[in-house]
Design a protein around this ligand. Structure first.
Ligand SMILES: O=C(O)CCC(=O)C(=O)O
Length: 253
């Protein structure tokens, strides 16, 4: 009972606080339109945001990182399917470009209302391994109450088999989080979800959206919403993700 009440209070306070923070920002028409979609659906997609050449350059950089035995910022999951490099922007080049992208920054600013944000680029290569859980290790929210801004750039063509990003539309909304709690589909302050818990949530909102797309597709999303990378059935996926803190310290997942 205490958990439920604390969940409800946190959601309500967060809604009010975010409206106040956002009201101070005066975005361009383009950024405002993207943020409005992000606020309602939880995501926004821009096709061909990067050229094929730029994606190829980023893939080459990731392959170089994979060969660098000395790198300390590498993480691999237990299945050896998901290899990640945090702080890839320190290599400069296309990774730094992504960190400093002006449109993405403007959308981040108007979605979070936070003038300052710590940012990091995570570069990843995912390959098929039996039993892999997909990018992110299964269904989760990055934060149960606070909006979190992320930008994901596909560097290879992504189809339904090579680990597309998947998102439950509208699940980032406070109203939806409260409804899922009341209906018993989610526990208070819950981060991670089993596949069977997800079927309850799916029934309360629209079907989850699977983001297939060509290399160069940009997916901006609010990672408070329930999401995952679909487990890879075949092939490989290269991608980079921009992580942004929401005022406080950056939490790397
Ligand atoms: O890379 C993906 O498709 C999912 C990413 C994810 O789960 C996350 O960034 O929290």
């Amino acid at each position: 009972m205490f958990g439920t009440i604390s969940h409800l209070i946190k959601e309500m306070l967060e809604s009010v606080r975010r409206s106040v923070l956002r009201a101070k920002i005066k975005p361009s028409t383009k950024a405002a339109a993207i943020q409005e979609h992000l606020r309602c659906a939880g995501y926004y997609v821009i096709n061909d945001y990067w050229s094929q050449e730029k994606c190829a350059e980023a893939r080459t950089e990731i392959d170089a990182l994979l060969l660098d035995a000395k790198t300390t910022k590498k993480w691999t999951d237990d299945h050896q399917s998901d290899t990640r490099f945090f702080y890839a922007e320190q290599m400069g080049g296309v990774f730094l470009d992504f960190l400093n992208d002006e449109l993405i920054e403007e959308v981040r600013l108007c979605h979070s209302g936070r003038v300052n944000s710590e940012k990091v680029i995570m570069a990843a290569k995912l390959v098929h391994r039996e039993g892999n859980h997909g990018s992110g290790g299964g269904w989760h929210r990055d934060s149960p109450h606070t909006p979190q801004f992320k930008a994901l750039m596909y560097l290879t063509d992504v189809n339904k088999d090579n680990g597309p990003f998947e998102y439950i539309t509208g699940s980032q909304k406070s109203s939806q989080s409260i409804m899922d709690l009341i209906k018993g589909y989610a526990r208070p302050n819950q981060y991670r979800f089993t596949n069977s818990e997800i079927s309850g949530i799916k029934n309360t909102v629209t079907l989850p959206k699977v983001f297939t797309g060509k290399a160069g597709t940009l997916v901006i999303f609010d990672s408070k919403g329930v999401h995952r990378g679909v487990p890879i059935e075949a092939g490989k996926r290269y991608a980079i993700t921009l992580y942004c803190s929401d005022g406080g310290p950056l939490l790397l997942h």
